[in-house]
Design a protein around this ligand. Structure first.
Ligand SMILES: Cc1cc2nc3c(=O)[nH]c(=O)nc-3n(C[C@H](O)[C@H](O)[C@H](O)COP(=O)(O)OP(=O)(O)OC[C@H]3O[C@@H](n4cnc5c(N)ncnc54)[C@H](O)[C@@H]3O)c2cc1C
Length: 416
């Protein structure tokens, strides 16, 4: 009887964005045989605001890609401007101690950044990287309805293939077919925002900061202007669908109206829109949800790990990729890829880090949902050196956000 040739790997990673490429690179360097599949061909665009904080940059360095990263077109970022619904503004510079230790932030277009990771994955001898291959569904182990042992995917010619592995990683973003198949859709009601963005040249204003405007009618979503190189800005808006549907307007319409507001009109007078508006949805991190099961794990947006308040997801995704890879290596070495063991080595290890951050973020969410308090905190903090210092350190350690809404701090604000 002819024997069918089988594609068998230690790990299959579905999706080669920041989460998937990072997972694959760490696994490969630990000696594991990886099949990395992506439905697109790199370089490919991804709708994003393009900011890269230390969470991301530290891992780029750890992966030995810093030299290549330095060659990418980018903007150097030294601080963040946040405006509350009544127009109060607070500029928070990155803290000088953090800059001395870790450098500043950068904004880099995703088409360049993701390609850097993808090309690094292509060079890795333990990674078989197949582009234009879309994962359709997981394959379950014989006699099991829950243990995943492979995936079915379509190649560029529409041909269907099966591949097998001890562990399958869902790194396929905010519409992840793997996450949906295991019953944990990344589209989470109440935590989901639709976003649209375009690139503009010659927007007047500072090119060394990220600007986030939590405007009335848009908050808890925000309008952003993020420079990405010397003359280009990434301009966009993200809102909960129920908020813009209530206004009976499309998101693009709201973005155009925002740009035309008196406070921004002058800045866009000579600006030229150089790409079309493109939309993308994203759910942000909330309560703990399962991200490991029998033979599978979820990383990045597939596991809903983007931060609330800012929507930062590149660094958090890469971090989940790194911790998942470490957990999978341990589980494989112990020859036990059961839900219990993957949960222990990945999900529990990850949530040890996430728990204090999520608690910190809850305070920020509380502010976003209480506009008057948000206005008050921003107006008062903007003039208070101690609060700017806390806010500055918060860019490095989000657990400090609870200090901003602590009764002691509130009292100080009232008295200041
Ligand atoms: C408008 C917007 C602005 C944002 N701004 C920022 C920001 O400034 N900074 C920041 O840090 N984060 C930002 N984020 C969040 C960030 O973009 C995401 O958190 C990040 O891209 C998550 O990385 P990922 O690898 O999990 O997913 P993705 O980047 O979405 O990568 C998933 C990959 O999987 C592939 N894929 C999808 N389906 C399949 C399939 N069936 N088979 C095979 N491959 C598949 C895709 O082609 C893609 O390459 C923003 C998000 C949005 C929507």
């Amino acid at each position: 009887m002819p024997v069918q040739k089988m594609d068998v790997f230690d790990v299959i990673v579905s999706g080669a964005g920041p989460a998937g490429a990072t997972t694959a690179l760490f696994l490969a360097r630990a000696g594991k045989k990886v099949l990395l599949l992506d439905k697109e061909k790199f370089p490919r665009d991804k709708i994003c605001a393009d900011n890269k904080t230390w969470k991301c940059l530290d891992i780029v360095k750890e992966l030995g890609l810093w030299k290549q990263f330095q060659k990418l077109p980018k903007a150097e970022i030294y601080g963040v401007l946040v405006a509350s619904p009544n127009g109060s503004e607070m500029y928070t510079p990155l803290h000088e101690k953090d800059i001395a230790e870790r450098g500043h932030w950068y904004n880099v277009k995703r088409i360049h950044f993701d390609n850097l990771l993808a090309q690094a994955a292509k060079k890795e001898k333990n990674i078989t990287f197949k582009e234009k291959c879309a994962v359709v569904k997981p394959i379950y182990a014989v006699h099991s309805k829950t243990h995943i042992s492979g995936v079915t995917y379509h190649d560029a010619k529409g041909k269907t293939h099966d591949a097998w592995a001890r562990v399958v990683v869902g790194a396929d973003g905010s519409q992840s077919p793997i996450a949906k198949a295991v019953g944990h859709s990344p589209v989470v009601k109440g935590r989901y925002a639709t976003n649209t963005r375009a690139y503009f040249e010659n927007v007047k204003g500072p090119m060394d900061r990220c600007e986030l405007y939590y405007l009335k009618g848009i908050c808890p979503g925000y309008f952003w202007i993020f420079p990405v190189d010397k003359k280009t800005c990434n301009v966009g808006i993200g809102m909960r669908p129920e908020d813009f549907e209530r206004q009976k307007k499309s998101l693009e319409q709201i973005l155009r109206e925002t740009i035309a507001l008196p406070q921004f009109k002058g800045r866009f007078k000579k600006a030229k829109q150089v790409t079309a508006f493109k939309e993308w949805g994203l759910s942000v991190l909330g309560k703990r949800r399962p991200c490991a099961g029998n033979g599978w794990v979820l990383v990045g947006d597939a596991g809903t790990f983007a931060m609330t308040f800012s929507g930062e997801g590149v660094g958090p995704s890469m971090r989940t990729g790194k911790i998942a890879a470490q957990g999978i290596v341990r589980a494989l070495n112990e020859n036990d890829v059961s839900a219990r063991n993957l949960k222990k080595h990945y999900e529990d290890a990850l949530w040890k880090i996430l728990n204090p951050e999520v608690k910190g973020f809850r305070w920020l969410e509380f502010l976003l949902l209480n506009e008057r308090l948000f206005d008050f905190v921003i107006a008062k903090s903007a003039k208070n050196k101690e609060l700017i210092e806390i806010s500055s350190r918060m860019q490095h350690d989000y657990t400090l956000s609870k200090k901003l809404v602590h009764p002691k701090t509130a009292l100080k604000m009232l008295l200041s």
